[in-house]
Design a protein around this ligand. Structure first.
Ligand SMILES: [Zn+2]
Length: 378
């Protein structure tokens, strides 16, 4: 999920807000001030609203702490987390890649609900020390009201996140357990997504049932959560199907080997007119006395202003082969795609026995998937 607004960094991890977060922030503020007002009608509007704002802010901090705990475990296990986005139903840590073993996945997932539970108990403990007595009914003092609400909401957050529907934390925990048993990530994801969809449908049915028979708005809220879960489970299933389609393919199966050689002393105008336009090829191997220096595509050419083309040679605009990320023909296609995403490039040189064997581009993979989809539909 792409954040709409960037808030800043904590421990090098960027914190962002998705626009849907504002809807929920407003809802929480309104329902909190309503709650405080019913419990303590003698409070002034100013006190009610400022307490609602402070409580809302602390709630927001609790969610960030939950996500940061995911990020901390991920980083400790060698899976970099660049950013955290907060949206309507909580937060997501944008992990760069999936964990490579079930144990990492398990700890990465379960640490979030544990953190929320600990924060919740902490708030209740503080309220208790401050004089709140759970048996004596709702607390009258402003301080406790917020603390108690924060305590219960964080505990609910821990429980909600442990619902075993992927991609919720509970779904990830379930997936890591199934994965640890059957050692097959694709099947584990499918099974967990199936469980997630089942739970989602149960939420929707139960939610609507409650809404229509009791008129409780909580029912609609449940149905909304169910709809979100169904959507997410469907997306993760589609994602795993794509990776399953690519799973058995290696770079060598898909790469293109027809990159013609061109000398490094050729200037850019000659390159454009005599090579690029005449052959219609998109990538060229730049050589110097039989040595392969690197790959040049139309993208490198476009970075140089056209009037400089006659005075610039290919050697000047080249990213030397030893400095760019590369793959081998045996690299799994999925890994190559991940590398392209991470390095933000569209093309990777394929090296075999120290020589350039070809190139692989995102375009190749997209074409391949279109062909597969067309064949399936036929
Ligand atoms: Zn979580």
């Amino acid at each position: 999920m792409r954040p709409s607004i960037r808030l800043g960094r904590i421990f090098g991890i960027e914190i962002g807000l998705h626009y849907s977060w504002f809807i929920i922030a407003l809802l929480i503020m309104f329902s909190l001030s309503g709650h405080f007002h019913t419990v303590n009608p003698q409070w002034s509007a100013g006190l009610t609203w400022s307490l609602a704002a402070i409580t809302g802010l602390l709630f927001f901090a609790s969610i960030v702490a939950h996500e940061l705990s995911h990020a901390a475990v991920a980083n400790a296990r060698g899976i970099p987390v660049k950013s955290i986005t907060l949206f309507a139903l909580g937060g997501v840590a944008n992990v760069e890649r999936e964990s490579s073993d079930p144990k990492s996945e398990f700890w990465m997932a379960i640490v979030g609900p544990i953190t929320s539970l600990v924060i919740g108990l902490l708030f209740l403990a503080i309220a208790r020390v401050a004089g709140w007595r759970p048996m004596a009914g709702t607390p009258p003092a402003p301080l406790w009201a917020g603390l108690v609400w924060l305590g219960y909401i964080n505990i609910s957050l821990a429980v909600f996140n442990m619902i075993p529907g992927y991609p919720l934390d509970g779904g990830r925990v379930l997936r890591s357990i199934v994965w640890g048993i059957n050692r097959n990530l694709v099947r584990a994801t499918k099974i967990t997504a199936g469980v997630g969809q089942f739970i989602a449908i149960a939420f929707i049915v139960f939610g609507f049932f409650r809404f229509f028979y009791t008129g409780a708005f909580g029912g609609l809220w449940l149905a909304f959560i169910g709809w979100f879960l169904a959507d997410a489970a469907g997306a993760s299933q589609a994602g795993v199907e794509v990776s399953a389609a690519l799973a058995h393919l290696r770079v060598g199966d898909v790469m293109s080997q027809d990159c013609p050689a061109v000398d490094s002393n050729v200037n850019l105008r000659t390159f454009a007119e005599d090579h690029l336009l005449r052959t219609g090829r998109r990538c060229f191997v730049v050589t110097q006395g039989g040595r392969q220096l690197g790959i040049v595509t139309i993208n490198e050419l476009k970075r140089v202003p056209r009037e400089r083309w006659p005075f610039t040679i290919l050697a000047d605009i080249l990213d030397p082969l030893e400095h760019v990320p590369k793959v081998s023909p045996d690299t799994a296609l999925a890994d190559a795609l991940q590398l392209m995403a991470r390095e933000e490039v569209n093309l990777l040189p394929v090296i075999s026995n120290g020589r350039l064997a070809g190139v692989i581009s995102r375009g190749h993979v997209v074409q391949l998937m279109q062909t597969q989809a067309e064949l399936k539909a036929a």
